[in-house]
Design a protein around this ligand. Structure first.
Ligand code: CTP
Length: 429
């Protein structure tokens, strides 16, 4: 079992921190990147160091921190051959991505103009890798035409902008300017690192979570699905370059950034409609959602009162979305992957589902096995192909199961043309 996140494992990430009160959040970002397996080199402006000490980053990343352009010996801290390299050039050349977070109005202006007189701006000018900027400042400064133009310039040059959030600002005011959540920045960095991956140019639709079938305005029927498996697949597909559409039920998970689209649904009927739309462009459909097989035959307009006696609910079957999708006229060429959650006769039941739903791949799991199934972070699955091939995977994190499923999808896709130009992934997240 390997730790971390595949796209970040061993990736060289340069993290530039400028002088915003939000600089403390860059410590959390550095920590998350490091824990995910990245090699993180931090560059700090002098103003950033008024808020956070280099030592904080050094302790977290286990790497020297680039905090002074003129410090003796700095020329060798980032590695390079023979000690002749210069920290910012080495950092710029060796990094797979440069992330400036938080990016003040001032550093954005410098980057837009190509000024280079502090550890972050010199690294940016020397960098040959993609740039991600996460602005943080007062709302008035962010909305100022000068800043807007600088952001537009960076974007036009190919930078990815992690938009700030609306919220409480250091000025005491509330508005647009709060640094994006470190988890969101991490999502965007993952997507940027993986954008030339094996699913580049492909459009992948993933469904996740258990559907909710209403009984009355306050009650519904659902199941134990947490959505974790589907979300792990959506994130891993993004990290391989796919344009991902996630169709999700109201699960208690953070919505990932950097996807082509997220569609929120509650019922199987709504999921069916969302799927029909997604089918227009999808190259692959991965149906990780736990679709309720039954719904209330009639939904009460008003809350059903307790009353004296019991309550008889009449249920009617929901459509089988995977089965139905096989007959849609626009389905040709779509790789269709289903899950089979079973409590007994795992492989026989899964193979039967594959046949009934004419699937390209079935991911079978025994939800009663320990370390598998709902609400846990691990899963043990067997992959089944229509030609009878099988591959049993050990109990492993759902993030790794997601990678294995996508490995298999990638192989199937290799034999098929992209159905149409995949929707572009957002340059802004
Ligand atoms: N599925 C679907 N529509 C449904 C039920 C399930 O599209 N109404 C999909 C699931 O998302 C999953 C696959 O079909 O990818 C298998 O789901 P599962 O619940 O294991 O199978 P069912 O077809 O519901 O069969 P059963 O409940 O009899 O095991």
């Amino acid at each position: 079992m390997s730790d971390g996140i595949r796209v970040l494992r061993g990736a060289r990430v340069a993290l530039g921190v400028s002088g915003s009160i939000a600089a403390y959040k860059a410590v959390a970002l550095a920590s998350a990147l490091h824990q995910a397996g990245a090699i993180v080199d931090v560059a700090l402006t002098a103003d950033a160091q008024r808020f956070v000490q280099p030592l904080s980053f050094q302790a977290i990343t286990h790497r020297p921190v680039f905090s002074d352009l003129w410090a003796p010996g700095m020329e060798t801290t980032a590695g390079g051959e023979g000690g002749h390299s210069i920290a910012h050039v080495t950092l710029g050349h060796e990094s797979d991505v440069l992330v400036v977070a938080p990016a003040t109005a001032h550093i954005l202006a410098k980057l837009a103009l190509g000024l280079a007189d502090d550890p972050v701006s010199v690294t940016a000018l020397a960098a040959r890798c993609p740039l991600v900027v996460a602005p943080a400042m007062d709302a008035g400064m962010y909305n100022h035409p000068a800043t807007a133009q600088n952001v537009a310039t960076l974007r036009a040059r190919g930078a990815t902008v992690v938009e700030p959030e609306v919220g409480h600002l250091a000025s005491g005011l509330s508005g647009l300017g709060r640094l994006a959540d470190p988890e969101r920045i991490l999502d965007v960095v993952r997507g940027v690192l993986g954008r030339n991956g094996d699913l580049q140019g492909r459009s992948v639709t993933v469904t996740a979570g258990g559907t909710q079938e209403p009984i009355d305005p306050v009650r519904f029927i659902t199941n134990r699905s947490s959505g974790k498996m589907g979300y792990a697949i959506a994130e891993a597909a993004r990290d391989r370059g796919a344009a991902v559409t996630l169709i999700t039920t109201p699960v208690a998970l953070r919505r990932p950034a950097g996807l082509a689209g997220i569609i929120e649904v509650e019922t199987a009927e709504q999921m069916l409609r969302a799927l029909r739309d997604a089918y227009e462009t999808a190259d692959a459909l991965i149906m990780a959602a736990a679709v309720a097989d039954f719904r209330a035959a009639s939904v009460a307009d008003q809350k059903i009162k307790r009353g004296e006696g019991g309550l008889d609910l009449r249920l009617e079957p929901n459509p089988d979305l995977l089965r139905a999708s096989a007959d849609w006229p626009n389905h040709r060429g779509i790789v269709r992957v289903g899950f089979a959650a079973e409590t007994r006769d795992l492989l026989a039941n899964a193979a039967e589902k594959a046949r009934r739903k004419t699937l390209d791949l079935v991911v079978a799991n025994d939800v009663t096995a320990s370390g598998a199934g709902f609400a846990v972070d691990t899963n043990a699955v067997t992959l089944l192909w229509p030609d009878g091939r099988q591959e049993s995977l050990p109990v492993q994190p759902k993030t790794e199961v997601a990678e294995a499923v996508l490995d298999a999808v990638g192989v199937i896709l290799r034999g098929r043309q992209p159905r149409m130009e995949a929707p572009s992934r957002p340059r802004t997240a």
